[in-house]
Design a binder for this molecule. Structure first.
Ligand code: FES
Length: 156
């Protein structure tokens, strides 16, 4: 484990007393700090909280907010809910995958983008939708995908 990560996780833990109820806030802080939950950090947390490692992994995998690999600086979520699906959501996803050169669940090699799909982003009236960081893009078309990502992937 990088010394930096060790120091930073100890710094997070220094603010907690070690109660089992501290687990979620500790995981949230680590996710915020590192952008994902490195395996070694989770082991450290389990020891600190005197919990089995399996409990820490079990809890963290239950929540979609926690990631287990480094993610891109920008998070792209394409909606695959029913309203979006019937209005061409699959086509939007294919175009985004083509532009970014990755499949859903993957991160671009330069760590600029991570691509995910979601069940519904709560903007069904604007279907098909996608979210880039916190910005919602509605009534998506393949042309709009090109506009959002600019020249990226143009050769594809
Ligand atoms: S189904 Fe896509 S926003 Fe609701």
């Amino acid at each position: 484990m990088e010394p930096d990560i060790t120091e930073q996780s100890d710094e997070i833990l220094s603010r907690y007393s070690g109660e089992s109820g501290d687990l979620i806030p500790i995981l949230q802080e680590a996710q915020e700090r590192f952008g994902y939950l490195p395996q070694e950090v989770m082991r450290r947390f389990a020891k600190f909280l005197r919990l089995p490692e399996s409990t820490v992994y079990g809890v963290s995998t239950f929540y979609a907010q926690f990631k287990f690999a480094p993610t891109g600086r920008r998070l792209v979520k394409v909606c695959r809910g029913t309203a979006c699906h019937v209005r061409g959501g699959a086509r939007i996803l294919r175009e985004v995958e083509k532009r970014l050169g990755i499949k859903q669940g993957e991160t671009t090699e330069d760590f600029e983008y991570t691509l995910e799909t979601v069940a519904c982003i709560g903007a069904c009236a604007l279907a098909p939708t996608m979210v880039v960081d916190k910005e919602t893009h509605g009534q998506m078309t393949t042309k709009k995908v090109v506009e959002v990502f600019g020249d990226r992937g143009r050769k594809g």
